[in-house]
Design a protein around this ligand. Sequence first.
Ligand code: IVH
Length: 706
Amino acid sequence: MSEATEQKPVEELTLEEAAEELERLATAIGHHDKLYYQKDAPEVSDAEYDALRQRNDAIEARYPELVREDSPSHRVGAAPAEEFGKVRHAVPMLSLANGFSEEDIRDFWQRIHRFLNLKEDDRLVLTAEPKIDGLSASLRYEKGKFVLGATRGDGREGENVTENLRTIKSIPGTLKGKNIPDVFEVRGEVYMGHADFEALNERQEKDGKPRFANPRNAAAGSLRQLDPKVTARRPLDFFAYAWGEVSELPGETQYDVVKTLESWGFTVNEHFHRCDSVEEMLSFYRKIEEQRASLGYDIDGVVYKVDSLSLQDRLGYVSRSPRWALAHKFPAEQATTVLEKIEIQVGRTGKLTPVARLKPVTVGGVVVSNATLHNEDEIDRLGVKLGDTVIVQRAGDVIPQIVRVVEEKRPKGAKKFKFPDRCPECGSHAVREVNPKTGKMDADRRCTGGLVCPAQAVERLRHFVSRNAFDIEGLGEKQIAAFYQDELVQRPDEIFTLEERDKSNLKKLKDREGWGATSVKNLFKAIDDRREVSLDRFIFALGIRHVGETNARLLARSYGTLENFEKQMLAAHDRESGAWEELLSIDGVGEVLAESVVEFFDEKHNREVLDALKKAGVKATPLEAQEATSPISGKTVVFTGSLEQMTRSEAKAKAEQMGAKVSGSVSAKTDLVVAGPGAGSKLTKAKELGVETITEDEWMEMARGN
Ligand code: IVH
C-alpha cells in the first residue's frame, strides 16, 4: 500500500483517491485477517491493524457513497474479534460469480452445456431464487440439534455466533421429522425485513442511538452483538438455501434438498422455482425485478443453480465459485436529486476532477451526496448545469455517477459550469494537452504547479527523493509524509535546509517518534551526500510531466548544464525562437514533451523552487564531466540514410552512451553527420553548412572506441 496516500489526511483525499484507497484497504485488511485467522501469524501489530480499520472507517464516514460491497466494515466474521471464537468451515463457504446482462445468462447456460457436453435440446433444469441481501451463516445440526452457528468470515473460517443465532425464530433449535442425518450443516442468509428495520430504527432514535444505514448493516451489527440478549431484541430472520458438511443428503436435486429443509422447519424463499430453459430463467428474473420493492426484504438479484446434484458435482468449481451457479445481479440503483454545485478536486498527479455535490439522496440504502463528473468533456456530454435535477447511479464498487439530466426540471437561468484553467489548490495554470497523434485534446486538465501544489506535494517530494532521482537514504515515503504534515519539509529545497533549521528548532528531529540521535545524524549525512547529483537525476527529480528517466537523460545530454537547460527552456517560451526549434530538433523530443518542459519553466513557482535549491547549495553535475572521454561527448550527432550494421535505435543509444546528443535534423549546431547509403537532403545540408560527415564504417570504428 502506498504510504503516501495512507498518510494523506482523510479530509484531503479526493473522491477518486478515496475510492482507490478503500479498495486497497479492503485488500490489505483482508490479507491481515487471513494471516490472523488462518495462519495465526499476523504480520502487523494490533495497533497497526486497528489503524487500517480506523482509516477505512474514517474514509467511509467522509464518503458513504464509496462504501464497498467487500468493505471490511461489512465483514462481520473477518474482524479478529477476540470475543467470538473461530469456527473452521469443513466445507468452505463460497461466493457466486456475477452476471449482469441477458447475454451473460445465455453464456452461462451455454457454458454449462459445453462443459457437460449436452446438446441444445437435452433437458437441463436450473433453480432460480432471489438473492437475499444479508449475510450468510452456517448452522450445524448434530442428531437434529442445533450445536454450532458461524458467520461466513473469509469463507474458510468464521466467527462462532451460535448463541446469537439461537435467538432467531426462523432457525429451529431441533429439526422436525424423521430420518434426520447425523450431521447436517444448513446454510442460508440472515437478514432483516423492511418493516422490522424501520421499527428498529425508530427505537434507536427514541433511545438517542444512531440509525442504521440499511437493513444489511443492521443485520450484521445485530448478529455480532456480544450479548445474545441484545440480538434477541433485534428482529432478524433467516432463509435456508444451501448446505455445508452433511453425513447424508436427503435428495438428488437442489430443489428436493431445499424442500426437505423446509419440512425440517426452516423458512425457504417462497419464490424458489425450477426453470428448464434460459427464457424461463430470464422471465423469472424480470418477474422478481418487478416485485422487488414489495417483497418486504432487500434483494440484489436472483441466483440460478443447476438442479441436479450429480451435475453440480461434475461441473465443480472455478477458483472460489461454483461453475454450476450464477448470481444475476440487478442493474445499478438510480435516484433523482439536485446538483447543488460542482467542486474541483486535485489529485496526487495534478489531475483536476470535477465532483458533483448533490442534495443527499438514498441510492440502494446508501446516502449519496457526491458523484464524479470525471472531466470537463463529461460535463459537456451530460449537458449538466448548476441546479439541475439529475439521475444518479451507484453500482457495486464504483464511484456514483450522474447518468443524465432531467431537462424538464431545469431551473430558469441555470448556469453552465465554467471549468477553471487554474488549479484551485495552488493557482498554477491547469492545462489540457493535445495528443499529437490524434490532434485531440486530452480529456483531463492538469495542474502545472507540481513542486508547489499542496495536492501534489507529498507525491512530488516522494518522487524527488526516490531511488532514481536524488536517492536520499533514510528519507522514505513515510518520513516525507510526516515531515510534510508537520511543515518541516514542504518543498524539495527544504530537504537541504533541514539540518540548519533543526539547529534553531525547539522540537528537534531526534526527539521525534521513530528517530534518535544516530538516525538523524545519518539522515543529515545522506542529504549532504546528495547535495550534488548528475544533471539527468536532477531533471528527473523535478517530476516534469512526460520526463521520465530516459527523457531526463536526453535533456541533460542535450543541454549540458543546469544553467543552460534553464536558460534555453525559458527562451523556448517564445515558440518562434531558436530555443524552441532546438528543443524540438532533439531526436526523441516530441511536441508533448517539449510543451510540458517549457510549461514547467513558465511557472514562476517552479523557477522559485529551482532558485531555492541552488541557494541551498544543491548542484547538478553536467553529464559531459562523466562522459568526457568519448570523441563525440557533448556533440550533436545526426544519423541519416540507412544504416546497415546497426539499427537506428541502436546507433542512437550508442551515441548517447558516448555522451552525444542525437538530433533528427541538421542545423548549424550539428557537429557530426553519420551518413549511411541513400543519405539525401540532410547530407546535402550538412555539406552546405560545412558540418563534418562520416560514413557508417567510420562511425562503427568510433563506436568500437578506435
Ligand atoms: S448460494 C456456493 N443462494 O450471495 C454458493 N447465495 O455471492 C452458495 N446469497 O455468500 C451461495 N442469497 O451470502 C446462494 N439464494 C441464495 C443467496 C445467496 C444471497 C449470498 C450469500 C453468498 C453470496 C454469494
